[in-house]
Design a protein around this ligand. Structure first.
Ligand code: G6P
Length: 603
């Protein structure tokens, strides 16, 4: 994981690096550092701190560091614990090369041994430090040439930024596996792990592909492949506003992102219709098996998607965690498609599982939020959610946008495959158009949900129950609570409860039941009765005007009525809000929960 930033231009690099690091902090936040070539003496100055970016800022407070060239890094530890020594940037023994790295160098032990035998002394336990010493060892008077040589020695996935006192008018950027973009400014250029980090300064970007190396000066960018041949790149222009990546009056990004959902659902609906990918739906006509692979919240979206795709498009669907799918004996032939769902489009497990399936002959589809991300480029077909950047580590707005896209995908495929009628398609489409205003109504219950959160915030365990298409929502509700409040929570299919988890129920266990008025209502009602009979504290998410559910529930959060199959897009909203409020009442850092990172680019 980790976040990388780099600057070359007329400004002082320090504030640019710190600003960028703040935007990248969601990628890791156990330690951070910057390296600049000091304007006064031309030497590389490195400052690092354990903790968050604000700790680094405090450490730099009042210091007069000036440099027009620099690198910054925010870390999520893989090799070596979060200490100042292990924090990036790392510097070569002679102090002439500084580097930042995101990824894992798999053959670092071997390289380290080789360098130690040559007399290099290592200061950190990281895999990264070998790159700095290798650069010094190989330097031949040409930084680009040396970087190419070093890159060929590195195995694994990485994005690297390099600066040197020997050629203080350049940044070298190398990408293989981990994301890296170049921001194009006027008499200044940037490198970063993602676009929002430098959106303040430019809206024009070059997205590096695996195996590409960039030579970046103040007024020029050249991209090469690992063989040293020039590659022509087409810049990407983004239309996002900086404010999309700001909190905009909300206390936390997560809160803002929960409240943005009426807009992001609407944008995703509009975006899907305006960029309909005819080739994709033609391809789906002949498919007889679909695998959905994803991680975390995206996996839960996939579980909901299975219900829709099987119902409307009549394609058998299997949903798997990407990390499991990658290593199983899947069955792929020319009629198999694999859909990888990933907000970031950079999750290593999802990307590599999809690439493996592609090699075996599957047609691959990516469903991503981040435009230009690796998964979007590696898939044969791409679907986008239209959410703008999601900064809170716990996914919220991208989950509901993924649901909307999966439903539209299922409907379109159904039409093409002639497994649904145009009337049915229109009826659901019409109902979908009302979803944003229904989400708006749920969001108005913020205070009510906060009061419920207050009642249960000290529970040590939670159970979430749902059936059928709302069972994945129970899983997602439990995941949200675990991620940000650190309370143990489990999601279960309500019908399965009697086969084990019912043993857990007592008067101390809050049980969240997802019980909209759909065709499973009566069955779900019986399951909730079983909880009540054992004195569990029931919090129900139910359809408005359902008076009966009050008999069983301690608390009820009402949602508006909709079509049965659309309920997951509504039922998840109160669960996001409940987790948010429990976590904030407990004083937890909801935007940057401990041990987590937004984008996991390691296996
Ligand atoms: C990390 C995040 C989760 C996210 C998962 C998948 O674990 O903390 O919130 O759901 O990655 O991310 P993706 O970008 O592939 O959807």
């Amino acid at each position: 994981m980790c976040g990388i930033i780099g600057y070359i231009g007329k400004r002082n690099a320090v504030p640019v690096l710190l600003y960028g690091l703040q935007r990248l902090e969601y990628r890791g936040y156990d330690s951070a550092g910057i390296a600049v070539v000091d304007n006064e003496n031309g030497k590389i100055l490195i400052e690092k701190q354990v903790g968050k970016i604000k700790d680094l800022q405090e450490h730099l407070w009042g210091r007069n560091i000036n440099g027009h060239l620099g690198l910054g890094h925010t870390r999520w530890a893989t090799h070596g614990s979060p200490t100042v020594e292990n924090a990036h940037p790392h510097i070569s023994q002679g102090g002439k090369f500084a580097i930042v790295h995101n990824g894992i160098i798999e053959n670092y032990m071997e390289l380290k041994k080789y360098l130690q035998e040559k007399g290099y002394k290592f200061k950190s336990e990281t895999d990264t430090e070998v790159i700095a010493h290798l650069l010094e060892d190989e330097y031949n008077g040409n930084l680009l040439d040396t970087a190419l040589k070093v890159a060929k020695k590195l195995e694994g996935a990485y994005a690297v930024g390099i600066i040197s006192t020997e050629e203080p008018d350049k940044i070298i950027a190398i990408k293989k596996g981990s994301p890296l973009i170049i921001g194009l400014g006027k008499e200044e250029n940037f490198i970063a792990s993602d676009i929002p980090a430098v959106l303040e300064y430019t809206k024009d970007f070059i997205v590096l592909e695996d195996g590409e190396v960039a030579l970046i000066t103040e007024d020029n960018v050249e991209v090469y492949n690992l063989e040293g041949q020039k590659v022509q790149k087409k810049p990407l222009h983004v239309t996002w506003d900086v404010s999309v990546a700001e909190k905009g009056g909300y206390k936390h990004f997560m809160q803002k992102e929960i409240h943005e959902q009426p807009r992001t659902i609407g944008d995703t609906l509009a975006g899907f219709s305006s960029s309909k990918n005819e080739e994709l739906f033609d391809m789906l006509k002949d498919i007889n098996r679909l695998y959905i692979i994803a991680c975390g919240t995206s996996f839960h979206a996939g579980l909901v998607g299975k219900f829709w795709i099987e119902k409307f498009a009549r394609i058998p669907v299997e949903v798997d965690y990407a990390s499991e799918y990658r290593y199983r004996d899947r069955i792929i032939d020319e009629k198999t498609a694999v859909l990888g769902i990933s907000q970031s489009g950079e999750t290593a497990d999802t990307r590599f599982a999809l690439l493996d399936a592609k090699k075996e002959g599957a047609k691959t589809i990516g469903l991503v939020n981040v435009v230009g991300s690796s998964l979007s480029r590696e898939s044969d077909y791409v679907l986008y959610t239209y959410c703008g950047p999601e900064i809170g580590v716990a996914a919220t707005k991208t989950f509901t946008a993924q649901l909307v896209t999966l439903l539209l995908f299922a409907l379109e495929a159904g039409l093409k495959r002639e497994t649904i009628s145009k009337e049915e398609y229109d009826k659901i489409h019409e109902a979908l158009l009302h979803i944003p205003s229904k989400v708006e109504e749920i969001l108005k219950k913020d205070d009510e949900i906060k009061d419920i959160a207050y009642k249960y915030m000290n529970a040590t365990d939670f159970l979430f129950l749902g059936r059928n298409i709302n069972y994945p929502i129970a899983l997602e509700g439990a995941l949200k609570l675990k991620e940000i409040s650190y309370i143990h929570a489990e999601g279960y299919p309500a019908g399965e409860m009697k086969h084990g988890p019912i043993a857990l129920i007592d008067e101390k266990l809050p049980v969240v039941s997802v019980i909209p008025k759909d065709r499973f209502y009566e069955k779900m009602f019986s399951n909730v009765q079983e909880v009540k009979a054992r004195k569990g504290k029931v919090i129900s998410v139910a359809t408005q005007d359902d008076e009966k559910i009050k008999e069983l529930s301690e608390d009820v959060i009402y949602i508006p009525q909709t079509e049965d199959i659309l309920y997951p897009i509504l039922t998840v909203i109160p669960l996001q809000m409940l987790s948010y409020h429990i976590a904030t009442l407990l004083g937890k850092d909801v935007d940057q929960p401990r041990n987590l990172a937004k984008t996991v680019t390691v296996e």
